[in-house]
Design a protein around this ligand. Structure first.
Ligand SMILES: [Zn+2]
Length: 328
């Protein structure tokens, strides 16, 4: 049973989830001898995972799926325990919150990075992301969804086969609330949402822009927390992620694949994370907190100063990172 516990010193919720330690871990095996027959995410091994919630196929064709969605077998949160109340435990609090934890497998074949996906697979993946977010956003018991990808062991993956996860809860964490509140204040002062202001500035400056499509731009932000941090955002104004058209979702997917190819050309076999930042569902925040994506390689782990202060030391200037990524 996952347990939400409030840390009153750091002002944040912690999820205590001992069942997560029971997950299988591909990366404890020899990395060169993983047999796809043993992989629970490969086509043909569907019985090794919970039953699917959604599958995406190419057109109307029968046969192999392209993207498959199912509940996490080792969830960090639980669907059925949420009375949505908090109780005091001495100086702490305990939260009885609802949550969903889903896995999105983006290829039937044993692929290990976005860079390896076919056009059909990347199209299906990004339509699945949009559709799952739309489903959760329509559920009034839920307030926030985080879609993320941990690619390769150093980025936190326990299964090598490419997959993303959505963790959706009936609370919005303090970090997200503070981020959205800052965005609200920025909008009140400047009459533009902060992400759109950054996009406008980076496009006009060009120094840190990596690439641009009809509807999206990728850049290394001026104040990048990590080396090679890449932000991806829409350039066509305020719109919810779950309102993307099929063609916009596919355009975004192809753009993401091209950015990962650039990253892996600069840093072969690098572990990376992808985060989709969304406004909470329970406030109408699209006007002042535009969704955006962060993609970053795991070049180093946070060290003592970062853990102690929350201030990041980035050894790679974003101007240099963007120049390197543009070159590939
Ligand atoms: Zn596999």
């Amino acid at each position: 049973m996952a347990d939400f516990r409030w840390d009153p010193v750091n002002g944040q919720w912690v999820i205590i989830a001992p069942n997560r330690s029971q997950r299988p871990n591909d990366f404890r095996k020899s990395r060169h001898h993983l047999n796809p027959q043993d992989c629970p995410f490969c086509y043909g091994n569907e019985s090794q995972t919970p039953v699917e919630i959604a599958v995406y196929q190419a057109g109307e064709k029968e046969g192999r799926w392209l993207t498959r969605v199912f509940s996490n077998k080792y969830p960090a949160v639980h669907q059925n325990c949420g009375a949505n109340r908090e109780i005091g435990v001495g100086p702490y609090r305990k939260g009885d919150f609802l949550g969903h934890h889903e896995v999105i497998v983006e290829s039937p074949d044993h692929k290990t990075s976005y860079s390896q996906l076919s056009d059909d697979e990347i199209d299906a993946a990004f339509q699945a992301y949009r559709d799952r977010i739309a489903m959760f956003a329509a559920d009034s018991t839920l307030t926030h969804a985080m879609l993320f990808k941990n690619c390769r062991a150093e980025a936190g993956a326990s299964v090598e086969h490419l997959h993303s996860q959505i963790l959706c809860t009936s609370i919005t964490t303090e970090k997200v609330r503070r981020r959205v509140e800052r965005a609200r204040q920025y909008h009140a002062t400047h009459a533009i949402d902060v992400i759109s202001a950054i996009v406008e500035f980076e496009i006009s400056d060009q120094t840190r822009v990596i690439d641009q499509t009809d509807n999206f731009v990728a850049f290394c932000p001026y104040s990048s927390r990590f080396g090679y941090l890449t932000s991806i955002a829409p350039t066509f104004g305020s719109v919810g992620f779950n309102e993307l058209t099929d063609s916009q979702a596919c355009e975004l997917g192809h753009f993401m694949r091209s950015l990962v190819i650039r990253l892996e050309t600069c840093l072969p076999d690098t572990a990376y994370n992808m985060l989709l930042h969304l406004a909470p569902f329970d406030i109408s925040a699209d006007q002042y907190y535009q969704w955006h994506i962060e993609l970053f390689p795991r070049l180093s782990n946070p060290a003592g100063y970062e853990w102690g202060t929350g201030c990041w030391i980035n050894p790679v200037a974003p101007e240099e990172a963007a120049e390197s990524l543009r070159g590939h």
